[in-house]
Write a protein that binds this ligand. Sequence first.
Ligand code: FAD
Length: 390
Amino acid sequence: MTATTASALDGAIENLRSWLDAGHRTPQEIRATVYRLGLAWPHFPTGAGGLGLDPVTGVAVTARLSAEFGLPAVPARSVIACGMAAPTLVAHGGGHHHPLLRRIYVDQEIWCQLFSEPSAGSDLANVATTARRDGDRWVVNGAKVWTSLAHEAQWAMLLARTDPDAPKHRGLTYFIVRLDAPGVSVRPLFQITGEAEFNEVLLDDVVIPDSDRLGGVGDGWSVAITTLTSERGALSNVARPGGNAVDRAVRLWHQCEHRNPVDQVRLADLWIRDRLVTATLNRTADDPTGSTGPMHKVLSAELHQDVAEFTAGLLGRGALEYPRGYPMTRPDTSAEAEHDLLYDYLRSRGSSIEGGTSEILRNIIGERILGLEPEPRVDKAVPWRETRRG
Ligand SMILES: Cc1cc2nc3c(=O)[nH]c(=O)nc-3n(C[C@H](O)[C@H](O)[C@H](O)COP(=O)(O)OP(=O)(O)OC[C@H]3O[C@@H](n4cnc5c(N)ncnc54)[C@H](O)[C@@H]3O)c2cc1C
C-alpha cells in the first residue's frame, strides 16, 4: 500500500468513526456513508465504493470494519448483487455503471444471474438464448432456468449468443438487463424444500441498449468467468452449514435416546471437518486470485450435506415427516433465516449443484490449478450452430 493510499484509508476510517459517534444512524444512512467514504468494497476504485486498495488489504479492512463498527453482514438476497454483480460491473463495466454499484450497496437493489438454461448448466458455453443487434440496441429471445431471486430482482446479469457461427465460447456476449423490461416473464420453480427460491425466466423480444453490454461483442465468456469466480467465493460462505449446524447436531446428540458408538465417531469427524473448513476459509479469505474458490465451495457444500444428513438421522422416524408440508412459498431472503432440520437436509442437496457442481469444480481444480490433463472437448473449435445439442 502506498503512503497516499494508507493515509486515505486512515482518514476514511476516522471520518466514519466520528460520524457514527455523532448520533443515531439508520442502516441506510450508515451504508450511504460507508459507500461515500470508499469503504463499501475497499479494493474497488475510488468513486466506485472503494479506495483502490489491493484485494488482500481490502479483505482485511472489511473484516476490521465489521469487528470495530459492527457493520451488518450482507443479507442473503444481496449475495448475488454484492458478491457477483458488483465485481463484474467494476471489472468490465463503464463509468456510467458506477451509480448501479451505489444502488447495490446503499439501496440493496437485488440482482439475479440469467446464465443457466435447460441445455446449458455445467456446459454453460452452450447457451442458446440469442441477442440480435438492431442499431444501438439488442433484441433478446430465449429461456433461462434456475434463476435464484428473479422474482425479487431489479436487475440481471445475462449471457446470450450473438454469433452462432463462432465456436461456442467465442459467440457469447454479456449484458445487464432490467427485470421489469417489457418481454421478461418470471415463473416460480417448485423445489424439494416446498419453496420456490428460483425461477424460469422467459425473454421475449427484450430490448437492451448497447450501453448495457459488458465487455466486447463475442467476449461474454471472459466476462462470465469474472462472475463465476466471484460466485464460488460468495457461495463458499453461503454453502457452509449455517447457524453452527454441527453444534446443533452435538446438542441433539445429547438428547438422543438411541446413541451408538459408530455415530459418535461420525459426529466427532464432522466437528473436526467443520473446524478445519472454517479455519481454512478464514486463513485464505484474502486470496486475491480466487483460485481457492472451487476448493472452498466443494468442501463447504459436501460438509453441509453430511452434517444435514447426520442431524436428520438423529430424528429417527421423525425424519419421515415434513411438518411444514408442501404449500409453495417464497423464501424469506431478508435475513439469515433459522431453518428446521428437515428443511436444512432437503436444501443441502442443492449445495453441490448451485454455482457449479462438485464434479465440475473438481475438473476445474485438476485442469486450471494443478495443470492436469484437460477433459476431451470435441466441440471446442466447431461453429456452435453445427454442434450436437440436446
Ligand atoms: C439452488 C440452486 C440455485 C441456482 N441458481 C442459479 C442462478 O441463480 N442462476 C443460474 O444461471 N443458474 C442457477 N443454478 C443452476 C446451476 O448453475 C446448475 O444447476 C449447475 O450448473 C448444473 O447444471 P445442470 O443442472 O444443467 O446439470 P448438468 O450440467 O446436466 O449435470 C448433470 C450431472 O452431470 C455431471 N456432469 C456434467 N458435466 C460433467 C463433466 N464434464 N464432468 C463430470 N461430471 C459432469 C454434473 O456434475 C451433474 O452431476 C442454480 C442451481 C441450484 C441447485
